[in-house]
Design a protein. Structure first.
Length: 365
């Protein structure tokens, strides 16, 4: 598919064009690419160079995103493109997000083809993941519209580094989001991500209070970098105060990768400590990830504390919620999006090719 006309930009007096999609505000000469690599100045505007192209498609359990309160056990049709608007030195998907080779994008598919494939495979949702969907917002939003037309929900797995002018429309197209809150100091964001904390916090507040999008948060704990008691306490207090105690928080384990190979993997004890801090600060749903921790994967009733959804990695071993999402023992509602639990994908991860699905050319908006 040819370059797709981009949105969220304006011309500058000096002849450059500024991309307004994210807080980087890249100011581009003709032919120049932004920091994300996939948005480019072409003529008098900005184009998206990855529209209709993907690094691959896969059916995952929704718990892998991770989302624990959005139709647990359901299958999600996952895909991403290439590039990223952050520069995280510890990136766990760096081969995709840092790619500067368009050959990374092996599969081509229109929004309609993706929606059709997700529905055909019985997926309850489509996830924009692997790299940040903010940078391919036009493609993600068109795909979201096609999915909604077929009754398929949409999920954004994102760092939340998006400009105020695009934020509302982007998350209005999403049914759920997991936002990667990478740390809770601006120093961490500047030194390790090449970004700033404040725009991410603004995104979290906007999702929670100005959209209908279900929100969960993930923080990858890197030993010695963002895992101190003081920082974790400050973060959990901010979440409780600004977002509310019902927003699920996932603490996940780091493994050495990309440019941070001199730090050991996160000990399970660190994740358990972080989880305890979150619970002590009043957060109702705090989880651990990337380690085997059944307690850290269990959803408990915020009222009577009965275990309601017991997980073993991505597999649900016990499901004891009403279809309305309430505790059957005391009637306390559990925050999230729930329905009839009719089985689960489990630990399976199924690669998918879109050959044979209708791929309709989409006219630029």
């Amino acid at each position: 598919m040819t370059n797709f006309p981009g949105r969220w930009w304006h011309a500058l007096d000096d002849g450059r064009v500024q991309c307004d999609l994210c807080p980087r505000d890249c100011r581009l000469h003709d032919g120049q690419r932004g920091a994300c690599f996939v948005r480019q100045r072409e003529g008098e505007g900005i184009v998206l160079t990855t529209y209709g192209r993907s690094s691959g498609f896969c059916i995952d359990p929704i718990e892998k995103k991770p989302l624990h309160h959005f139709y647990p056990g359901s299958a999600v049709f996952s895909f991403g493109t290439a590039g990223c608007n952050l520069a995280c030195k510890f990136c766990q998907n760096w081969d995709i997000s840092k790619s500067r080779e368009m050959d990374t994008l092996m599969d081509a598919a229109s929004p309609e083809a993706i929606a059709a494939a997700a529905a055909e495979h019985g997926c309850r949702s489509v996830a924009f993941t692997y790299n940040d969907p903010v940078i391919f917002a036009e493609y993600a939003l068109d795909t979201a519209a096609a999915c909604h037309a077929r009754g398929v929900a949409t999920v954004a797995v994102t760092a939340g580094y998006i400009g105020a002018g695009a934020r509302q429309e982007f998350f209005a197209g999403m049914d759920a989001a997991n936002v990667d809150l990478k740390g809770f100091t601006d120093e961490f964001y500047v030194k390790l991500c090449g970004a700033h904390l404040a725009p991410v916090l603004d995104t979290l507040v906007a999702i929670r209070h100005a959209s209908g999008c279900w929100l969960e948060i993930t923080t990858l704990l890197i030993p010695g970098r963002n895992d101190s008691d003081a920082e974790l306490t400050a973060m959990c207090r901010w979440i409780a105060r600004e977002l509310g105690t019902d927003v699920p928080l996932h603490f996940t384990a780091f493994h050495p990768d990309y440019k941070v190979t001199d730090v050991a993997a996160t000990p399970a004890a660190t994740l358990r400590r972080a989880r305890r801090i979150g619970l002590d600060e009043g957060l109702r749903y705090v989880y651990t990830g990337n380690v085997h921790d059944r307690d850290g994967g269990t959803t408990s009733c915020p009222g009577c504390r009965a275990p309601l959804i017991a997980r073993d990695w991505y597999e649900i071993r016990r499901y004891d919620l009403t279809p309305e999402g309430a505790c059957p023992h005391c009637g306390t509602p559990v925050a999230g999006r729930f329905g009839d639990f009719d089985g689960q994908l489990g630990r399976h991860r199924i690669p998918v090719r879109l050959d044979g699905f209708r791929s309709t050319q989409v006219e630029p908006r």
